[in-house]
Design a protein around this ligand. Sequence first.
Ligand SMILES: [Zn+2]
Length: 267
Amino acid sequence: MRYIEPHAHMVSRVTDDYVDMAAAGCAAVCEPAFWAGFDRSSPQGFYDYFCQISDYEPKRAAKFGLPHFCWLCINPKEAEDVNLAKEVVGLIPQFLDRPNVLGIGEIGLNKNSRNELKVLEMHVDLAARHNQLILVHTPHLEDKLKGTRLTLDVLKADARIKPERVIIDHVEEHTVKMVLDAGHWAGMTLYPESKCSRPRAIDILDVYGTERLWMNSACDWGVSIPLSVPYTALEMRRRGWTEEAIDQVIYWNPAKFMSQCAKFRLA
Ligand SMILES: [Zn+2]
């Protein structure tokens, strides 16, 4: 089996996780910028984090034979302070030429607040000005449907944004269709407790097919399983999916989306 882990917060994981992922057939790991488990107190904290995921973490991943890529932004959980967000967004362009940076993400909404929306628009503008791919986080539980609608509206309102260059992540049964219908890619996040479980993700694939969909483990600071993607592939086999179809979902789909950035290379 081979797969790409398209959304993993490796800064929160130990080296054993890299070993397990490489042994399970992981061909590349991609790390969106997100909350670090705590609120940073200044723009400098984000600068250091951007250095960590664009410089240090790829070296750590390389020790296990894994190409590592990243996305940059100020995440929605820390985007309530618009002035802080402006300063952080201003730091990002100097990192965009780094060899492992794929685009702007994971941007989006957390509580669907007015300030989060302003910061989302700021990021969409940044991506458009620098011709960057976009990776979007969607809120959880009762905020998800509204937050996904609001996000789609922001993306649609900016004529410079090409829908196929945007992935909306953490989709569930009630949001996947509107994302695909808008021409975007959709990501399903496999969590043991919330978001999408393995059986639910496969049910979604049964209904919507394998085009423009990917799966990720998020593997972050909370309860999460770094091998969720290969475990789900085993479940797909059990449910009668062909090796070819599994390979398309867990390997070719993320490769196809991220190859829209010329810096994305598999070893
Ligand atoms: Zn994430």
